[in-house]
Write a protein that binds this ligand. Sequence first.
Ligand code: PLP
Length: 504
Amino acid sequence: MSANKAKDNKGTTNHTINEDKLDTNVSIDMEAPEFRDFAKSMVDYIAEYLENIRDRRVLADVKPGYLRPLIPDAAPEKPDTWQEVMSDIERVIMPGVTHWHSPKFHAYFPTANSYPAIVADMLSGAIACIGFSWIASPACTELEVVMLDWLGKMIGLPKEFLACSGGKGGGVIQGTASEATLVGLLGAKAKKIQQVKKQHPDWTDDMIVSKLVGYNSAQAHSSVERAGLLGGVKMHSVQADEKNSLRGEALEAAIKEDLEKGLIPFYAVITLGTTNSCAFDRLDECGAVCNKYNVWAHVDAAYAGSAFICPEYRHLMKGIETADSFNFNPHKWMLVNFDCSAMWLKDPTWLVNAFNVDPLYLRHEMQGSAPDYRHWQIPLGRRFRALKLWFVLRLYGVENLQAHIRRHCKFAQEFAALCRADDRFEIVGDVNMGLVCFRLKGANELSENLLKLINGRGNIHMVPSKIRDVYFIRMALCSRFTKSEDMVYSWNEVSAAADEMLKK
Ligand SMILES: Cc1ncc(COP(=O)(O)O)c(C=O)c1O
């Protein structure tokens, strides 16, 4: 391509293209043979990276701005080679990577990673469709409908949530749990506005919205408060009990208090597996209260929901039949790479009808016979994410996925036992799932300083939390490569940091 620059009489530069020199027959793309070599080399690199991940320093040891001096200030005019790109991964990228899949990574909650999901993402990238409607790529929608049924059955969801039951219910893959909470809130808001209008036809939408109030436990994830802000409604944060569970009685008292103020309760988020301490709200109690007051019950089981594939944990979702929507992230704990947040709705028509903008260019003749998922979510565009679920469910099988969950829960108990055996430390609350909350006995500052030292040493990585002014350190099981020896390693690291600190 050749562009000539000419100045007009006002001094502005005009860019003209010399059409004669624009050769449309010369390939500008990477050709298939080169792609094969590049992709094979990348697959080798990925396998090498993941298999040896435990040997890398888990926490990146760089300062903000480290990357800019390592690459040119502008994109290359002529193409680089793929070999040059490959060689820059170790030089430019890896020094700034925090290795979330290292067995030494114990921060936040896990994010999933598996070879079947990585390969499925390659195929999704190759098909590269945008499955906003059925016709936009029928397989994209249809596989998603069936996968959400498979997954719903695996965790024991009541049939009202499943598309295969032939009712209104069904599942959808959202990007994140935060989106699912917001989507649930918007559905609940649309439903309540319509109900109130039937009773008070003279009330405007604005009048009704100003009275709407949603509920969550004070232990709920910050995305719940954010959903209230984004949805333009009040959220009432209700104190949890001494086990950090939201109880029906406390929820009912909050609802009654708001009704007396003339407010309209419409939505409640019930968390199964809180971020702070993996506590479980009492869905059996809270769901019944929601049903009594005609409040939409949304279940946020972002992390812990994966454990419901193991029947021994399903007692924690007792009362699920009272929920209107349920969400968990296979991309956290079920070996499906980000993003894959599974959400089920008993009656998605509240969403579909409330947010139905229907331009001509998105309509198709089959409308109504299969879901057009664009109506179930906030963005229009959506990737072919069901492939990841399909590959992971088939190539692991339910049994191996259950084993993954059970191993993490066992390793958490092993770490907790090591912690209990050291009388400088205490466990905070119960050890639920793959999370151990622990602290040095005594003032918060001791544990604060200990965590600084642990992360500063860079051998393992953890983050803190605080409940009712008690500061503690969270040890989350994150890696699929974790073995019992890693628990000993991580505990020895904590213990060595405590020795070093207490000596000072
Ligand atoms: C209970 C809970 N809800 C919501 C979220 C947010 O998840 P996402 O990043 O998928 O929005 C988290 C994240 O850890 C969580 O633990």
